[in-house]
Ligand binder design. Structure first.
Ligand SMILES: Nc1nc2c([nH]c(=O)n2[C@H]2C[C@H](O)[C@@H](COP(=O)(O)OP(=O)(O)OP(=O)(O)O)O2)c(=O)[nH]1
Length: 142
């Protein structure tokens, strides 16, 4: 069984439309500077959604509510396949409160669906950008 990573596409409504939070990794050196969905590894014995909530609390100091009617942003096989025998489960969520920059990241940025490609994402996340843009268009519609 490959290691499960849990992460969130955290949305916020802004006057210019729906935005999603991208976070720039601070470590390890080979990933530093690349952008990701905040999250991390599930610890032994932890259920995935609790792991997600713990990571978001630790990394950004926020609680989230999972987006009603969306839940998980699924790939072709549900969880997304990442390089290095990893899988990632990605939830659509809304932040309660403003995310704060912690030790894990060097920058946070709210991106609209048309500027998702304006930052260099981790390689495994590139497959998610088009489905995410589609989801953002549908969620952003009145
Ligand atoms: N959080 C996150 N990790 C991702 C994404 N895409 C992607 O390939 N990964 C990879 C990078 C890492 O190899 C792995 C996540 O590990 P991590 O180092 O963030 O996990 P963690 O917060 O539990 O870290 P640590 O305990 O090792 O410090 O998954 C993504 O969008 N978000």
């Amino acid at each position: 069984m490959s290691a499960l990573i849990v992460a969130a596409a955290i949305f916020a409504h802004s006057p210019r439309g729906l935005r999603v939070l991208a976070a720039q990794r601070s470590y390890p050196q080979e990933l530093a500077g690349l952008w990701e969905f905040p999250g991390g590894k599930v610890e032994p014995g932890e259920d995935p959604e609790s792991a997600l909530r713990r990571e978001l609390r630790e990394e950004l100091g926020i609680e989230v509510s999972i987006a009603a009617g969306v839940g998980v942003v699924a790939g072709p096989d549900g969880d997304w396949t990442l390089p290095g025998e990893r899988r990632m489960r990605l939830w659509a969520a809304y932040a309660k409160g403003e995310p704060r920059l912690g030790q894990s990241h060097t920058a946070l940025r709210w991106l609209g669906e048309s500027d998702l490609e304006s930052v260099p994402w981790l390689e495994g996340d590139l497959q998610i950008l088009s489905p995410l843009a589609r989801l953002m268009r549908s969620l952003g519609r009145p």
